[in-house]
Design a protein around this ligand. Structure first.
Ligand code: ATP
Ligand code: MG
Length: 148
């Protein structure tokens, strides 16, 4: 169970361990929460997000990467979930057009990959997940969850 304030560190040795860690976070999420995921290309942000989507009760067969659409919207069991990837986000006008802020309040839970592309959009209460690949072991990840 995650409470505030808390800072948790995990080691993941493979994709399924990352899924298990994401599920632990998911049980503590509530509508209005914003999860920002940091980590280089291929770190495992999408793996982590898809595990959260499943844990929140999203039953869609396909969970496509939001890289091109920027936002994918889902119906969870007791919430709606917006999975975002800001990697290709353009200027401030595009951010306004997408109405990103609407997803930062109930009934939404927002999951954001590449949040640093528009860091100014994030509020104080964001939950930060940092995924760092190991330099030697290609499957090892250090995962840090920081709930401000
Ligand atoms: N311990 C691990 N945890 C998560 N993914 C792992 C792990 N070990 C290997 N992988 C692999 O790393 C890749 C992670 O890809 P993923 O698309 O989740 O990265 P990403 O951080 O979303 O990248 P991008 O910035 O391009 O969106 C997958 O191919 C996955 O199988
Ligand atoms: Mg991704």
């Amino acid at each position: 169970m995650l409470t505030t304030p808390e800072d948790l560190k995990f080691s993941s040795h493979n994709e399924s361990e990352t899924v298990a860690i994401a599920r632990k976070l998911a049980v503590a999420l509530k509508p209005g929460d914003v999860v920002a995921l940091y980590g280089e290309l291929g770190a495992g942000k999408s793996v982590f997000c898809r595990a959260i989507l499943r844990a929140l009760g999203v039953t869609d067969e396909a969970l496509p990467s939001p890289t091109f659409a920027i936002i994918q919207e889902y119906q969870g069991e007791n919430c709606q979930v917006a999975h975002m990837d800001w990697y290709r986000l353009g200027d401030a006008d595009e951010i306004e057009m997408l109405g990103v802020r609407d997803f930062f309040q109930p009934p939404w839970i927002a999951l954001i990959e590449w949040p640093e592309r528009a860091a100014f959009m994030l509020q104080d209460h964001v939950i930060r997940v940092r995924i760092s690949p190991d330099l030697k072991d290609p499957d090892l990840r250090n995962i840090e969850v920081e709930r401000a």
